[in-house]
Design a binder for this molecule. Structure first.
Ligand code: ZN
Length: 251
């Protein structure tokens, strides 16, 4: 049994060795270490994992110099950079900066397109705006269909629109939460070749570990929950999501 945690953040305080060894013991043999700020980008680089680097929706002052810096980081670590991320928009926490978030998101999508890398996208309470930005990108590269919507919190309807645009959908511990019926409906809806699992470490620990600081080893609980929702056995589902993740994030 192999699992791939497609979304974990490491901070200045993370005990990287401990997190990775507990993950390996739990069968989580691959982790995408995801950036989004200077601290997260720096700490993703501190791991031996494949990484995503980017400027997330709260880095609104990221201008030309920040993008030049990002391009240098990507070039210097070309062997390990598997994606640009995380990037995206969130109107739940920061509705006041909607247009600035959309501008930054558009710029990162074009940046990833130019480099031929897939994207790791966060979107929350911003369905229409997310599609608007994605649809407006003047895609130049065949990679336009490569990317994942991470920690998906929407319903099957929005998931269908994202699938139509070629994206994969990744589910975090939220899918195990009692109130998350809509997210579970989406986890049943996404087809076998587009579904991924993640922890979003250090956030969103799944049931039965809610309240603990999340870590990659915990992705097993999320995968078990979804396997049972999809009425498939856990091992088959684990292998399926591992293969999907490898395909998306291989260079
Ligand atoms: Zn994240």
């Amino acid at each position: 049994m192999r699992l791939f945690d497609t979304h974990a953040h490491f901070t200045d305080k993370s005990d990287v060795d401990g997190l990775l060894s507990r993950a390996a013991e739990a069968g989580v043999v691959r982790i995408l270490a995801v950036g989004g700020s200077r601290e997260l980008n720096r700490n993703a680089l501190r791991t031996p994992c494949p990484i995503a680097l980017g400027w997330d929706r709260d880095q609104l002052d990221a201008g030309d110099a920040a993008f030049a810096e990002l391009e240098r980081l990507v070039a210097d670590n070309a062997q390990r950079v598997a994606a640009i991320g995380e990037i995206g928009i969130d109107f739940h926490y920061s509705p006041e900066s909607a247009s600035a978030q959309m501008d930054l998101f558009a710029r990162e999508l074009s940046f990833a397109d130019r480099l031929g890398l897939p994207v790791v996208i966060h979107t929350r309470e911003a369905d229409a705006a997310t599609l608007e930005v994605i649809d407006a990108v003047p895609w130049s590269h065949a990679s336009r269909l490569r990317g994942v919507i991470h920690s998906y919190t929407g319903g099957p309807d929005f998931a269908g629109k994202l699938l139509d645009r070629g994206f994969a959908i990744s589910f975090s511990g939220i899918v195990t939460f009692r109130s998350a019926d809509l997210v579970r409906a989406s986890a049943r809806f996404v087809p076998d070749d587009r579904i991924l699992v993640e922890t979003d470490t250090p956030y969103l620990a799944p049931v039965p570990l809610r309240g603990h600081q999340c870590e990659p080893a915990y992705v097993i609980h999320t995968a078990k929950c979804i396997a049972s929702e999809r009425k498939t056995d856990f091992e088959t589902f684990a292998e399926l999501t591992f293969g999907n993740s490898e395909r998306l994030f291989s260079r």
